[in-house]
Design a protein around this ligand. Structure first.
Ligand code: TYD
Length: 134
C-alpha cells in the first residue's frame, strides 16, 4: 500500500485572502527541523531522483504546480500538486521524482531532519536492493 498521502492543510479565508498554517506533530506526523524550497525550475527539468533512509517530508506547491511520482519499490503513484493548502507526505524509503514545473512555481519542503548526505539513496538499484533486504 502506498504510504504517501495528501494532507489537507487548514485554510483560513476572508476578503483579504487566504492563510494556511502547519504545526509539527499536529497537521504533520513529524517535527520540522529543516525547510527548503525549489524555485525557478525550468519546465523540462526533473528534480528529486532519490530516497531517504530516515527522512520524512511534506511537499507543498506553494506557488504554481508540478508533479511528484513516488515509488515504494512495489508500486508508483503520481500526484499533481497545484494548491498551497495540500501537502504530500512522504515517509522514508520512497523514491521520488518531481517534474512538469509550471512557470513561477515553487515547491516548499518541510523535513524532519537537517541535511545529511548519508541519509540519501541516490542510486535506484541500491534503493531497491535495500528494500528487498529490509
Ligand atoms: P538535490 O538533492 O540534488 O536536490 P533535489 O532533491 O531537488 O534533486 O540537492 C542539490 C544540492 O543541494 C546537493 O548538492 C545537496 C544540496 N542540499 C543541501 O546542501 N541542503 C539541503 O537541505 C538540500 C535539500 C540539498
Amino acid at each position: 500500500m502506498n504510504p504517501c498521502k495528501i494532507i489537507d492543510l487548514p485554510k483560513i479565508s476572508d476578503v483579504r485572502g487566504n492563510l494556511t498554517f502547519i504545526e509539527s506533530m499536529h497537521h504533520i506526523p513529524f517535527k520540522i527541523e529543516r525547510v527548503y524550497y525549489l524555485y525557478d525550475v525550468p519546465g523540462d527539468e526533473e528534480r528529486g531522483g532519490h530516497a531517504h533512509k530516515n527522512l520524512e517530508q511534506l511537499i507543498i506547491a506553494i506557488s504554481g504546480s508540478f508533479d511528484i511520482t513516488v515509488d515504494d519499490g512495489i508500486e508508483s503513484n503520481t500526484y499533481s500538486l497545484r494548491r498551497p493548502y495540500y501537502g504530500l507526505y512522504i515517509p522514508s524509503f520512497i523514491w521520488r521524482t518531481m517534474e512538469n514545473f509550471s512557470t513561477s512555481s515553487a515547491a516548499l519542503v518541510l523535513a524532519s531532519k537537517p541535511y545529511d548526505e548519508s541519509d540519501y539513496y541516490r542510486n535506484y538499484e541500491d534503493f531497491i536492493k535495500s528494500i528487498k533486504e529490509k
